[in-house]
Design a protein around this ligand. Structure first.
Ligand code: ZN
Length: 336
């Protein structure tokens, strides 16, 4: 089966050709235009998607000498995400599918992230999935490969948003994750004691907006120099890491109480790229005797390879739906 997938839910325009379990080709364009604004501007994202998706789609077909009529399934992200951005990608791919009379499968972006580690791992169940992105911070339980249960999520900002907003307050670049990790390497992580909202709560929800407010006030009353920035980045990164590690521990415990013994943990999404957080998750997981999975590098941040894979993995005829309407707040289905 040859799949053509597109992902345009936020500020990455991405197309992928996947044949069975092989990525034939994968092109992702990260929109630079948002850098000057310190965050994604939805209208600019839609315009940029419209321009880029045509260009990279033609490029991927030409480069691989594949014609659209050779594609078995067309798929695109239809939510959650920015509505204008979703409409550009999905409408474009729907028109390609209609033109060559092939099925169109609407894909959930979250499903793409959640299933991304099954591309490069033999996943063991029960399986805990921690999704850490610019738009979502969520815990999912998968008792088997088809059932997904949301255990907890951020009640306000997403974790990636906390990185971006902190970087913006400090005058660092966008996206914030890379810059903060860089600066944190030069700072003292114990210099500032920052709040850890909900860390001791028994539920598996997260909260990051209080941390952002605290940092904002701290910046306003401090002298901003490299010493301050490096120490704040290090302390911020440690705080985020402590929250994540303690919530993973709480997740394992809560499930234990339900007689569910987790065999594996997947950490997915762009923030899973942070080496400091990775190192601390590994220390915890090594003590717990469970397997730890990460996606391959090109499936970490937003990308169409994970959309192609999620489409292929659970494909059946009932998934075809050219009339599916994009939904900016699309939730994950209990049954995949
Ligand atoms: Zn994402």
């Amino acid at each position: 089966m040859l799949v053509f997938a597109a992902e345009t839910s936020c500020d990455e325009t991405s197309v992928c050709l996947m044949k069975n379990k092989n990525i034939v080709d994968h092109i992702t364009f990260s929109q630079e235009i948002h850098k000057i604004h310190g965050g994604v501007v939805p209208e600019l994202a839609s315009r940029s998607h419209l321009e880029k998706i045509q260009e990279i789609t033609q490029k991927i077909f030409k480069k691989n000498k594949i014609e659209p009529k050779k594609i078995d399934i067309f798929t695109a992200t239809c939510g959650p995400g920015l509505i204008g951005a979703l409409l550009v990608g999905s409408t474009y791919v729907k028109s390609l599918a209609l033109n060559v009379k092939r099925p169109f499968v609407p894909m959930n972006h979250l499903e793409g992230h959640i299933l991304s580690t099954s591309f490069n791992n033999e996943v063991k169940y029960p399986h805990l999935v921690l999704l850490l992105t610019g738009g979502h911070t969520q815990f999912y339980l998968m008792q088997n490969s088809k059932e997904v249960e949301l255990l907890g999520e951020s009640v306000d900002d997403a974790i990636g948003e906390a990185f971006d907003k902190t970087a913006k307050l400090l005058g660092l670049g966008y996206p914030g994750g890379f810059e903060i990790e860089n600066r944190a390497n030069k700072g003292d992580e114990k210099f500032f004691s920052l709040p850890k909202p909900l860390i001791n709560d028994k539920n598996l929800n997260f909260s990051f907006s209080g941390l952002k407010t605290y940092i904002n006030l701290l910046i306003k009353k401090s002298e901003i120099n490299d010493f301050f920035i490096n120490n704040l980045c290090a302390s911020f990164q440690k705080t985020i890491s402590d929250i994540i590690v303690s919530k993973i521990e709480a997740g394992i415990k809560v499930l234990n109480e339900r007689n569910i013994n987790i065999k594996a943990l997947s950490v997915v999404g762009g923030v899973s790229n942070n080496n400091y957080i990775k190192k601390n998750i590994k220390i915890l997981i090594d003590r717990k005797n469970i397997e730890l999975y990460y996606p391959i590098k090109e499936m970490m941040s937003d990308n169409s390879a994970m959309i192609a894979w999620a489409c292929l993995k659970n494909y059946n005829n009932s998934k075809n739906n050219i009339f599916f309407k994009c939904e900016p707040r699309l939730r994950i289905n209990k049954n995949l």
